[in-house]
Design a binder for this molecule. Structure first.
Ligand code: 1BO
Length: 284
């Protein structure tokens, strides 16, 4: 696959989604506006937010003042599961558009497979038809939940965004998504609190030394080389530039194999079929 900083994944309907985006989870207030502007200046064109992150207004302020036309940006937000009833989901989506200061989002996701997901999905289908969302999808859905959603609804999810990194590669989910034509997007691609654990592995260290890249770039490149889009988060402009500079080298088949073997199958949060993790997510 030939890739550069503007490489995209093609979603249903031919929509182009950048493979590397900027994640804003846990970045709030003025710092969020500053970070989003820094990210756009560093070359990011996909900005990911969510109702529950509490920063849509700050993301909106950055979008308005960054100097890049709206149509050149790809904006994702997510409807929080507490809003998964028809009226509430619709009202909250309109509220998101108001806060973001935009007439449409490029991608609208259902945030967790809880509550009345069917009512919320039909709201997403309506917003898609009206052009308020260019693509619709889900986040944190397990294989069986994707299959179920697709069986009983008109539009298939274009994307499933879920915790994915070297230590939790979501291989079974990825196989189902590939079969169903659903794009895989990774949040926490650097493993959240587990970055050091992954960076200290011989496979990551060896690839970093061989390519003159940082361990973070190896971890991110591995995902992108598998066709997984990523939304790394950082508040540091230098790290933003580092995280997107992953298109000028290629990992070998042997390196990919060694990195694939780091999978523990244990995500920290993104495993909705696990009761304890579902309970934790309910508390957000
Ligand atoms: C509760 C947020 C998980 C990542 O979007």
């Amino acid at each position: 696959m030939t890739q550069n900083a503007t490489t995209t994944a093609t979603l249903a309907g031919g929509i182009q989604m950048p493979l590397v985006g900027f994640g804003t989870w846990q970045i709030t207030g003025d710092e969020c506006t500053r970070c989003v502007k820094d990210a756009i200046a560093a070359g990011y064109r996909l900005i990911d937010t969510a109702q529950v992150y509490g920063n849509e207004e700050q993301v909106g302020a950055a979008l308005r003042t960054c100097g890049v036309p709206r149509e050149q940006l790809f904006v994702t937000t997510k409807i929080w599961f507490r809003h998964f009833e028809a009226d509430k989901a619709l009202a909250s989506a309109h509220e998101s558009l108001r806060k973001l200061g935009t007439d449409y989002v490029d991608l609208l996701l259902l945030h967790w497979p809880f509550g009345n997901t069917y009512a919320a999905w039909r709201v997403q289908e309506k917003l898609l038809k009206e052009g308020k969302a260019r693509a619709i999808g889900v986040s944190n859905y397990a294989p069986s939940q994707l299959v179920d959603l697709m069986e009983f609804n008109e539009v298939a999810p274009a994307v499933n965004q879920i915790e994915t990194h070297l230590l939790a590669q979501q291989k079974e989910l990825a196989a189902v998504m590939a079969r169903k034509g659903i794009a895989h997007q990774a949040y926490s691609p650097l493993g959240s609190g587990r970055a050091k654990e992954m960076f200290d592995t011989p496979a990551v260290k060896a690839a970093a030394a061989a390519h003159g890249k940082t361990p973070a770039q190896i971890a991110l490149r591995y995902l992108v080389q598998r066709g997984i889009s990523i939304i790394p988060k950082t508040t540091h402009a230098a790290r933003m530039r580092e995280n997107i500079a992953i298109f000028d080298f290629q990992l070998s088949a042997a390196e990919m194999q060694a990195l694939a073997a780091l999978d523990t199958g244990r995500p920290l949060i993104g495993l909705p079929q696990d009761g304890a993790k579902a309970e934790a997510a309910m508390r957000w």
